[in-house]
Design a binder for this molecule. Sequence first.
Ligand code: F6P
Length: 328
Amino acid sequence: MQKIAVKKIAVFTSGGDSPGMNAALRAVVRTANFYQIECYGVREGYNGLINDDFAKMGPRSVRNIINQGGTILKSARSLEFKTKEGRQKAYENCVKHGIDALVCIGGDGTFSGAKIFNEEFGIKVIGVPGTIDNDIFGTDNTIGYDTALNTAMEAIDKIRDTATSHSRVFFVEVMGRDAGFIALNSGIASGALDILIPEKKDSLEELFATFRKSGERGKTSSIVVVAEGEQLGGIYDIARATKTEFPDYDIRVAILGHIQRGGSPSCADRVLASRLGFGAVVGLMEGQNCVMAGMRSNKLVYTPIEEAIRKHNEIDKELLAISEILAI
Ligand code: F6P
């Protein structure tokens, strides 16, 4: 591998945390160490860059974290970094520590910050996609998505037990204010009657028709999985409208919330994070800049950050069709 001039890098986690961020951090720190690159960890994302919260990290500083959820570096959505003054302070701190490049672990907000920082000050940046939402273009999966999916599926399985016992209808909200990947896949995996996602314009009439059909076929309990960002106006309103249409239904709402962001990462997320953390450091060594490391069809690829933010992974239409065919 041809080495180029990255001697000192800084790594941070930013935006909503996701299971596997620690595994990615570990991979960055240990790969850097392997190639004799000095590595600093920055606490609380961009806030740490602004507030000069840097700490040198060696291979032992990331021991016993591959299995831990959350992020030992902490995370934040920095408002100050959105200002020119904030970014100027961040730049001055990078210069003070002699940082050549930043490894930015996070989602699209994190990458937008990295892109503007790179354009304004010329510091090299490379992104590692860490978000449970799986809404980043340039990688088949983001770090944390698989774990979140399994968490959602297990929770819905439990809800199904009580739904069946009481012949109830449950509306279960899962995370994803802009993306329906968690809803669609956890919904299919848990046998949901219907799945409402931001990418698909549903109507109450369609939902009611699905309920009617399922009633005719003898179904006595159902689960409807609702992504946070669905377009029908909020889970409680949907539940209320359903009660008005079907007064006999015994309806409950369950919001899974932040349990989906926590917990020990799955095997798939640990391996993905290890490959992408490694890929980020190697990418910098090979001269990559302002790109995101991702895995597509099991291959490490680099996608311009601009593209990763602008484009979106499409919801698989076949999966949507399958969910409808199998539900009733
Ligand atoms: O982007 C990850 C995510 O968990 C989304 O699915 C969710 O809408 C959002 O973050 C919640 O953000 P917060 O933790 O700030 O409430």
